[in-house]
Design a protein around this ligand. Structure first.
Ligand SMILES: [Zn+2]
Length: 183
């Protein structure tokens, strides 16, 4: 029956797609290995192109994020190991990545890792037309200390260990920590 042959082919293709998702779920962020690129929202889509090629869509957390070539290499390596060739990796810059895409799990893992997760959200979901690049610092609520939970924190530097993070210090336990800035 031609119909069942066709649906078997589709089911096989879908299985490979699902396997690609499963494989890529486990690819860690090169800078924060406790969270995966999926949890951070860097992995946007895994789909099959019209020519049958697997297409993986990734969006850098910040344009010019130096970790991006590393992420693409890690994605390629994971797909190679799983023998999911042929594939192509597409880096998509629009819509721009926002910390809103980070899962709740990722925020908790960041905190456990000693990085304060972004507070609030940038409002891009409700007002996409207002998602513009801002050149002035916005007044943001201070993050809580990821170690002791104190809200008494102060910013030491706009940039922490990477451009994505700011360096803060807890005024209670005195520990410095990275804050993943909302973006
Ligand atoms: Zn503290």
């Amino acid at each position: 029956m031609t119909t069942s042959t066709a649906s078997t082919a589709i089911a096989t293709a879908d299985a490979a797609l699902q396997r690609a998702w499963d494989v890529l779920e486990t690819v860690p962020d090169p800078e924060i290995p406790v969270v995966s690129i999926r949890e951070l929202g860097i992995l946007r889509d895994v789909r099959r192109d019209v020519d049958g090629t697997l297409e993986v869509v990734i969006t850098p957390t910040y344009s010019g994020c130096p970790a991006m070539s590393q992420i693409a290499e890690d994605v390629a390596h994971a797909l190679d190991v799983a023998q999911l060739q042929p594939y192509r990796i597409a880096t998509v810059l629009a819509p721009a990545w926002t910390t809103d895409w980070m899962t709740a799990d990722a925020r908790e893992k960041l905190r456990a890792y000693g990085i304060a997760p972004p507070t609030g959200n940038c409002g891009s979901a409700s007002a996409p037309q207002e998602k513009v690049v801002r050149f002035v610092p916005r007044a943001l609520p201070a993050p809580s200390c990821p170690r002791c939970g104190s809200a008494h924190t102060e910013r030491l530097a706009q940039f922490g260990s990477t451009a994505c993070k700011a360096l803060y210090r807890c005024l209670d336990c005195r520990e410095p920590f990275d804050y993943f800035k909302p973006y």
